[in-house]
Design a protein around this ligand. Structure first.
Ligand code: GRF
Length: 212
């Protein structure tokens, strides 16, 4: 059975979706840089060990990264899962877990890396927005893509409504990506992209729909 650790900073709804999915993995710990993250309560209620490591208590980013790595390595995980973890991680940290650390981002990368993605997508006038699960590399929100879900932007959408519909899809694709990873179905190729031995895909998602 594969072992994972999950890193959060806040509400923890993606973490909860992963817990609920019953992936047949051992969740060794949930770690947060925010001691009051609501997700920590959810994890505790589910009987998962939690660790709060307040980044404000460290003299440098490196010192925080090292303490975080020590907590992670003590659990010897196969996968490190960032689920709404809002700290930027240093190069050494990212390198240490390259190929076994994944993140979910609320946009169709490489569009809209960074924060405030839903508002920026609306402002850009895109018809399709969405979310992406990817391996983590030193460049924030840029690593090899595992899976994406596209969500149509609807007339009258505001950032809150759009975020809610994207979040629903996050809760579908993140557990699925982890299931594939745990089964060894996701391969990181030498060209830096993800190979997919058993890919299935929808024909197309078009928004707005063409005339019938
Ligand atoms: C999600 O939108 C995720 O894509 C982004 O941060 C948010 C975290 O939400 N990285 P939650 O804590 O999982 O509810």
């Amino acid at each position: 059975m594969k072992t994972i650790v999950i890193l959060i900073s806040g509400r923890g709804s993606n973490m909860q979706a992963i817990l609920r999915a019953g992936l047949g993995v051992r969740i060794a710990a949930v770690l947060s840089n925010e001691p009051h993250a609501a997700g920590l309560e959810i994890a505790r209620a589910a009987g998962i060990p939690t660790v709060a490591l307040d980044h404000r208590g460290f003299s440098s980013r490196d010192a925080f990264d090292r303490a975080l790595a020590a907590e992670i390595d003590a659990r010897a995980p196969d996968l490190v899962v960032l689920a709404g973890f809002m700290r930027i991680l240093g190069k050494d940290f990212v390198q240490r877990y390259f190929g076994r650390m994944v993140n979910i981002h609320p946009s169709l990368l490489p569009a809209f890396p960074g924060l405030d993605t839903h508002r920026r997508a609306l402002q850009a006038g895109v018809r399709l927005h969405g979310c992406t699960v990817h391996f983590v590399t030193a460049e924030v929100d840029h690593g090899p893509i595992i899976v994406q879900a596209a969500v149509p932007v609807l007339p009258g959408d505001d950032a809150t409504g759009l975020a809610a519909r994207v979040l629903e899809q996050e809760h579908r694709i993140y557990p699925q990506a982890l299931a594939w990873l745990a089964r060894g179905d996701v391969r990181l190729d030498a060209d830096g992209r993800v190979g997919f031995p058993h890919a299935r895909a929808a024909g197309a998602l078009i928004a707005p729909l063409p005339d019938a």
